[in-house]
Design a protein around this ligand. Structure first.
Ligand code: PGA
Length: 259
């Protein structure tokens, strides 16, 4: 099963994930990071800022999970813009080494295959940061997504569009389609680190961690991954049946085990 770590607040989760990323980069300057957008991963990027000062990140590579289809890449809420603003610029990464799926309509038929190829050529993702949607999606793999799926175009649920309306002037401005790494793509990453905060994520977290493994709750795919870590605050952990056991296991974790 995934390791579930119940943290005090998002900052603690960010610090735990950032420490592991720094450990990876220190051991391998060509570390490949899987980057997520949305509100959830922000504490990880914030925690990384002071930690990468003095670290050579010039060869670190990154792959975003997803992008809106048909949104101008220069739009402030395109994931290309978000990744530049939240990750590449503050951490001083080389922008040419950080990729986001190409959501432009021109060439959309082969954009998924192209993205799979560049991830493979980079040697695969070492650590994939994940959020989870209130409908259980990871990446933009909405309910019903195949566990074998690779990067492709998906239709966003109305729930996801409403959840993301806060980034736009109105829900009508949220694109209907996206291009997202598939569940199969995500499962190839060597380590998954899923974060979730707040009561609104409690049901999705419980389903993903303790529910049936089902395409109806795409986040449940993490139960099939050999190395998955779930960092949740008390509110997001509030529907977990085995929360006491997770706390006990973490409190008694052998020091040699790492994250
Ligand atoms: P959020 O989105 O971090 O903005 O809540 C999570 C997700 O949709 O994966």
């Amino acid at each position: 099963m995934a390791e579930i770590i119940i943290v005090r607040d998002p900052a603690e989760a960010g610090a735990i994930a950032a420490d592991e990323i720094v450990r990876l980069i220190s051991a391998n300057p060509r570390t490949v990071l899987g980057l997520a957008t949305g509100s959830t991963p922000l504490p990880v990027y914030e925690a990384l800022r002071p930690r990468v000062a003095g670290l050579d990140v010039s060869q670190v590579r990154g792959f975003a999970l997803d992008e809106y289809v048909g949104l101008d890449p220069a739009h402030p809420e395109s994931y290309r813009s978000v990744i530049s603003r939240e990750v590449v610029e503050p951490l001083g990464l080389d922008p040419t080494l950080v990729r986001v799926p190409d959501g432009s309509l021109d060439g959309i038929e082969h954009a998924g295959d192209d993205y799979e190829r560049v991830i493979t050529e980079a040697g695969g993702v070492d650590l994939q940061i994940l959020g989870i949607g209130t409908d259980g999606h990871i990446g933009f793999n909405e309910p019903g997504s195949s566990f074998a799926s690779l990067t492709r175009v998906k239709t966003l649920t109305e729930q996801t569009r409403e959840d993301n309306a806060r980034f736009f002037d109105s829900v009508d401005d949220v694109p209907r389609h996206c291009i997202t790494q598939g569940l199969g793509t995500i499962m190839r990453a060597r380590h998954l680190v899923l974060l979730a905060f707040g009561e609104g994520k409690a049901e999705a977290v419980a389903g993903a961690v303790e529910g049936a493994v089902s395409a109806s709750l795409p986040g449940s795919a993490i139960q099939l991954h050999p190395h998955a870590t779930v960092l949740v605050d008390e509110a997001a952990a509030s529907r977990l049946a085995h929360a006491d056991y997770y706390r006990y296991a973490y409190a008694n974790k052998p020091a040699w085990q790492g994250l």
